[in-house]
Design a protein around this ligand. Structure first.
Ligand code: BG6
Length: 476
């Protein structure tokens, strides 16, 4: 029984490059697909673009000082491929490489474990222009070369590598997380083809990380799916949803093959990827060492009739409860729905700390590998008061309950290496600009006006500092 967190538990928080760095097209960086996608979203919805975001590129030393003040022993960030290789290929941008060298050096000097992610949605735009990016299998070799280069550059300072961020979310929201030219957007089989290329790329990364003596883990956006009722047909629907939304990815990472039921369903509906001879061997030879869990909410499903219309995951773009644009529907397999038992955020994300405990317990039984929480957090409208404070008690409550859930799972024997909520500081939300904030540190800017991006400590900053100082014993 563990009633407390181990001494070497990694406490920290997370960010990703394009959401926090800024300097999107300066200092030698090439454009990434996210620079293009977010430029379009800025024009369409008034969200900020990627040019400045939280200006971490110029504030990273100040940010690390604040991380140190909170007591961080880890920081999960991502490396922008197009900052290292502006054209996606082998031509190095020395200034970009030096930025990450300095970032990692600064973290180490402050006894903070650097935990880089190799890929967080930001493919070099040059590769989209060259061969339609992830739609082409050519990307696997380019990703392999990039991963090998980065891993070798930083292998002396990095132990834990996160490979690819949230493949399952990329499949669900593919045009938001990946640039898909208009003429392909109704070809839904390509969602799974892109994912197959990512699985091959992920296997390549694992190979290079192992060769360099590191440990590799994919970050999966993980939401367990509950059945809406105890009716047997709803139970099967939930099983189907878990197979297609969750185990379809995990079985590849940790067993080296596609989940059988999910792959069969995809084949029956002409959605399955083309798999070349030898692909699954590559997965089997390069299994991951740990799972990086990005947990925000749980989901719910019920049975779906065979004549229902196929639909993909909806979203809430306004931050007004109930403004969800629709629910994923796979005829004769499952239909997603709200869970009437749970409260939600303003963006309709269910709040369910017990769901995280469920994930740890369930996945540890199935795969028996260690976890690291690399995202967990509450997206909310934060208000900066006249005396420059942010009273984000709702965020404190959310984080407290999820840390307690982590502790309960650990007391049942589950191995958790660290907890890095989303996000260390406010950043550009992938779906809602700067209106929806997650940070422990407030960044003074709006979507329309980047102002000076001044850093202001939120109440959650002070609370988390106390949590870390007590090694998780004091969650008040
Ligand atoms: C995860 C991503 O899906 O969720 C992050 O890895 C993202 O990049 C986070 O920011 C929260 O989602 P959103 O859309 O609210 O920013």
């Amino acid at each position: 029984m563990t009633d407390h967190f181990p001494k070497d538990f990694l406490w920290g928080a997370s960010t990703s490059a394009y959401q926090v760095e800024g300097a999107a097209t300066t200092h030698g960086k090439g454009q990434s697909q996210q620079d293009i996608i977010n430029d379009e979203r800025a024009k369409q919805f008034g969200f900020a673009d990627t040019s400045i975001t939280s200006d971490h590129y110029h504030h990273f030393k100040e940010d690390i000082r604040l991380f140190k003040e909170m007591g961080f022993t880890s920081y999960r960030f991502s490396i922008a491929w197009s900052r290292i290789f502006p054209n996606g290929d082998h031509q190095v941008n020395e200034e970009g490489l030096d930025f990450y060298r300095q970032l990692i050096r600064e973290l180490k000097a402050n006894d903070i474990e650097p935990i880089p992610t190799l890929y967080h949605y930001d493919l070099p735009w040059a590769l989209v222009e060259k061969y339609n990016g992830w739609l082409s299998r050519d990307v696997v070799q380019d990703f392999s070369d990039y991963a090998k280069f980065v891993v070798n550059a930083f292998k002396d300072d990095v132990k834990y590598w996160i490979t690819i961020n949230e493949q399952s979310i990329i499949v669900q929201y593919w045009t938001q997380k990946c640039y898909v030219p208009k003429q392909y957007q109704d070809q839904n089989q390509l969602r799974y083809q892109i994912n197959h290329h990512m699985n091959l790329a992920q296997a390549e990364a694992v190979k290079h990380i192992h060769a360099a003596g590191g440990l590799a883990g994919p970050a999966l956006g993980y939401a367990p799916v509950y059945a809406r009722t105890s009716k047997p047909e709803d139970q099967i629907a939930a099983l189907n949803a878990n197979d297609l939304r969750n185990f379809y990815y995990l079985d590849v990472y940790f067993r080296g093959y596609y989940n059988v039921a999910a792959l069969n369903y995809l084949k029956q509906h002409h959605l399955a990827p083309e798999i070349a001879v030898g692909d699954e061997d590559r997965f089997k030879e390069n299994l991951s060492d740990f799972l990086a869990i990005n947990y925000y909410d749980s989901q719910c499903a019920h049975a779906c009739p065979p004549d229902a219309e196929h639909a993909w995951s909806g979203y809430n773009l306004t931050g007004k409860k109930g403004d969800m644009s629709g629910f994923e529907t796979h005829p004769d397999f499952y239909q997603m729905c709200p869970n009437p038992e749970l409260r939600t955020t303003d963006w309709d994300w269910a709040i369910d700390p017990i769901g995280l405990e469920f994930v740890y317990r369930d996945l540890y039984t199935r795969y028996h590998m260690p976890f690291m929480v690399t995202e967990n957090g509450l997206g909310a409208y934060d208000e900066l008061t006249a005396d420059e404070q942010v009273h984000d008690t709702y965020r404190i409550d959310y984080l407290r309950d999820h840390i307690a859930a982590t502790q309960r799972a650990m007391s049942m024997g589950v191995e958790v290496l660290g907890y890095m909520p989303w996000s260390a500081l406010d950043l550009l939300s992938t779906s809602n600009g700067y209106k929806k904030r997650y940070g422990l540190i407030y960044v003074d800017r709006t979507d329309a006006d980047p102002k000076d991006c001044r850093r202001i400590k939120k109440d959650s900053f002070h609370w988390y500092k106390k949590v870390i100082a007590s090694n998780g014993a004091d969650l008040r």
